[in-house]
Write a protein that binds this ligand. Structure first.
Ligand SMILES: [Zn+2]
Length: 269
């Protein structure tokens, strides 16, 4: 049902796409953040969460050909705070949620092939679990240029937790990542994209600089909140070429991307 609604809204949106034809920097209307989960050869338990290595390779090739350059979370943060930062002409963040082992075995080599970096949002208790990333793999990814960020300790719906559990999920995962990488874990991704005012406030209180949702669209400092950052999920059935056309157009209206905001609260993992 989620998929159908997305596709319906996507086709509605296609009609609205236009090219601005401006010579200004391509990020004038915001920076896109792509969201992946699995890069897997054989479809897993939830096949929709996976993109095959061949499809991922093709998507990266198209992004490269279109002139996109991946940036670090630090540069993204600077842009969102209007701090001085030198950005490439078409900046992009590529993110992975949950910490599946295929992020290391399949995604990382393909990203390297195109000179791209990425961000991993790791679930704290999943470090070293079967089929999930090991501490050694995470450190190696970090050395390859990946930013390692937090995705809570156990991947709960944060809006359902009491104050103490919320603080543990947020603070515990931040500390776990920081112990692993010996770097500040300044960013969080809300599991399932779920947040409410207490979650928003607890995320700030836990010391995060920002947090990512699954609200779609481009991130623009004049319009978007650092604790409600937007991402564009790429699922197995996603029409990547349509997304790419929109990224190239870099249209100013976030609402053109916002097909998720009208949806009922539904688990998207
Ligand atoms: Zn997740």
């Amino acid at each position: 049902m989620l998929k159908r609604t997305l596709q319906m809204s996507l086709s509605l949106c296609i009609a609205l796409i236009f090219f601005t034809g401006t010579a200004l920097a391509a990020y004038q209307n915001g920076i896109p953040v792509l969201l992946y989960h699995h890069i897997e050869r054989v479809p897993g338990e939830d096949p929709e969460l996976g993109v095959s290595p061949a499809a991922f390779d093709a998507q990266l090739a198209k992004l490269k050909a279109a002139g996109f350059t991946t940036i670090s979370l630090d540069d993204f943060y600077a842009y969102m705070r209007h701090l001085p930062v030198k950005l490439p002409e078409k900046p992009l963040l590529i993110t992975f949620d949950d910490g599946y082992e295929d992020n290391y075995t399949e995604a990382a080599p393909l990203l390297q092939k195109y000179g791209f970096q990425a961000v991993l949002f790791m679930v704290g208790v999943n470090v070293d679990r079967p089929d999930r990333l090991s501490a050694a793999q995470i450190r190696d990814m970090n050395k390859q240029g990946w930013n390692i960020a937090a995705h809570t300790m156990t991947h709960p719906d944060l809006t359902r937790l009491d104050k103490n559990s919320l603080a543990w999920e947020l603070g515990g995962s931040k500390r776990t990542i920081e112990r692993l990488t010996r770097q500040t874990a300044g960013f969080l991704a809300y599991p399932g994209g779920f947040y409410d005012l207490p979650v928003y406030q607890a995320t700030q209180a836990a010391g995060y600089q920002g947090a990512f949702t699954v609200l779609t669209g481009l991130n623009n400092p004049d319009r978007d909140n650092l604790y409600l950052l937007r991402r564009i999920p790429i699922f197995k059935s996603t029409d990547f070429d349509t997304i790419l056309t929109r990224l190239i157009a870099n249209q100013s209206k976030a609402s053109l991307f916002d097909y998720s905001e009208e949806l009922p609260k539904e688990q998207q993992k």
